[in-house]
Design a protein around this ligand. Structure first.
Ligand code: IMP
Ligand code: MG
Length: 176
């Protein structure tokens, strides 16, 4: 599944190793507690699915869908909730799971939203951190990789809904 317009940044193997590593860390930190992992649709779905299978603790999952980009790839700064969680997060140990944190605007909005619902604890896990693009500071508790300021696809991440199925993460070349 190699696309000539995609340059591999992280291989399937590198991702797998990292997911195992983060999973161990989370399982250790939440031992004896009930974790609620909230995956941010759609990009974080593949990462979340792999991550929770590494967690040897009691875990529930829920989903939230937000829109910040529309179909364009430049962050608008406007975040809209398209689907909220079904579970009441009050008193729960919430872990927000993201595919990638870019400007930080989406996460910043989500954290404010979750805090107002009084969870017992609130942490953030992201597979990728595009740190150079950050415009608002956000706390990250579990991070897979720091990556350069390039548009990436694969392992759940898309460009106009395509490439989510790639097992690796790649940089989209000739990207405008
Ligand atoms: P932020 O609000 O700018 O931090 O962007 C957050 C969301 O935008 C991420 O959770 C992704 O869904 C999406 N996003 C940001 N950068 C990329 C990228 O390089 N590839 C695919 N999606 C991205
Ligand atoms: Mg996302």
């Amino acid at each position: 599944m190699l696309d000539p317009n995609i340059e591999i940044l992280l291989t399937e193997e590198q991702i797998r190793e990292k997911v195992v590593e983060i999973g161990r860390e989370i399982a250790r930190d939440y031992e004896g507690r009930e974790l609620l992992a909230v995956a941010i649709l759609k990009g974080a779905v593949i990462f979340t699915a792999d991550l929770i299978r590494e967690l040897d603790i009691s875990v529930s999952i829920d989903f939230m869908a937000v829109s910040s980009y529309g179909s364009s790839t430049v962050s608008s700064g406007v975040v809209e909730i398209i689907k909220d969680v079904d579970i009441d997060v009050g008193g729960k140990h919430v872990l927000v799971v993201e595919d990638i944190i870019d400007t930080g605007l989406t996460l910043d909005y989500l954290l404010t939203h979750f805090r107002s619902r009084k969870p017992a604890s609130l942490r953030v896990c992201t597979l990728l951190d595009k740190w150079e693009a950050r415009t608002v500071e956000v706390p990250i508790d579990y991070r897979g990789f720091f990556i350069p300021n390039e548009y990436v696809v694969g392992y759940g991440m898309d460009c106009d809904q395509k490439f989510r199925n790639l097992p690796y993460i790649g940089i989209l070349k000739d990207f405008v």
